[in-house]
Design a protein around this ligand. Structure first.
Ligand SMILES: C[S@@+](CC[C@H](N)C(=O)[O-])C[C@H]1O[C@@H](n2cnc3c(N)ncnc32)[C@H](O)[C@@H]1O
Length: 268
């Protein structure tokens, strides 16, 4: 089965597991199209609301030693460096890191990029970080609870983690916009929320088609992992576009009706 996704992708449900090799290979294949989509503005859900929302939650990061986990082509790492943070970016995908380093070479911000698995951060870094960020990554990690433990381990006591991810209440195995006869979206139908499964997303409408895999867990799972790791919850956010953004980009209207993303603001 295939379902329409909000920005040009379709999801299929699989009962099997994912491993880091599959994730790395998938994002390596995706990297050129994903980076080109960001550079061209194609990724406007990010630019119009969830990216700025996560930047706002981070607040003042000037002078902070900050680790961006799953940095991809470096979008969020650059946002943080532009605000004065001393940034290290890590990703599993060598090709994504090539794009990130290309940006750094073209417009240096002092960002250090390294190939590290989110589940193994503690083995890679001896000196603790003040802040860890992660923009739309943790749903892609095979064992999110292991990544949360690793993030906790590399933070200094009192440090913060600001983590965004696909909202599990709408990023469900079944998800379909019900439409009227004119094709207007009437309501989002979701189902199989409680299924812990793998969602494979076929991204269409980018420079070329690609497929990525993600873990579907419930909101309860996420809070159990976060609190079980020892984090304190400082805030919980569900970014949505402003009315002005929807006027400028009518496609964003669906994201003003249901939550597609969530941001966890955590303290160690
Ligand atoms: C949706 S992209 C987001 C990239 C970037 N944060 C951004 O907002 O543009 C997800 C990224 O997470 C990376 N990733 C997935 N699993 C990872 C892991 N276990 N460790 C490190 N990076 C991972 C992928 O390689 C990919 O670059």
């Amino acid at each position: 089965m295939r379902w329409e996704f909000n920005h040009g992708a379709a999801m299929t449900e699989h009962g099997d597991a994912i491993d880091s090799t599959e994730v790395r290979d998938a994002w390596d294949r995706a990297a050129d199209a994903y980076a080109a989509g960001q550079a061209s503005g194609r990724d406007y859900y990010r630019y119009e609301f969830f990216g700025p929302a996560q930047v706002a939650v981070c607040g003042d990061v000037a002078g902070r030693r900050l680790l961006d986990v799953g940095c991809g082509a470096g979008y969020f790492a650059r946002e943080m460096a532009l605000r004065g943070a001393r940034v290290t970016g890590v990703d599993l995908s060598p090709r994504m890191l090539e794009h990130a380093r290309r940006h750094e070479a073209a417009a240096p911000l002092g960002i250090d990029y390294r190939e590290v698995d989110a589940e193994a951060l503690d083995a890679a870094f001896a000196e603790p970080f003040d802040v860890v960020t992660s923009c739309l990554v943790l749903q892609d990690v095979p064992r999110p609870e292991a990544a949360l433990r690793a993030i906790h381990a590399v933070l200094r006591p009192g440090g913060r983690a600001v983590l965004s991810m696909a909202h599990p209440c709408t990023d469900t195995p079944f998800r379909e916009w019900l439409r009227d006869d004119a094709g207007r979206k009437q309501a989002l139908a979701v189902d199989r929320y409680f299924a812990r499964t793998v969602l494979r997303t076929d991204w269409r409408g980018w420079a070329y088609d690609f497929t990525t895999a993600a873990v579907h867990a419930t909101l309860e799972d996420w809070f159990r992992w976060v609190l079980g790791t020892g984090f304190t919850l400082r805030g919980f956010h569900e970014p949505r576009p402003t009315e002005a953004a929807v006027r400028a980009r009518p496609d964003l209207e669906d994201a003003a009706r249901v939550p597609y993303f969530m941001i966890l603001d955590l303290a160690r």
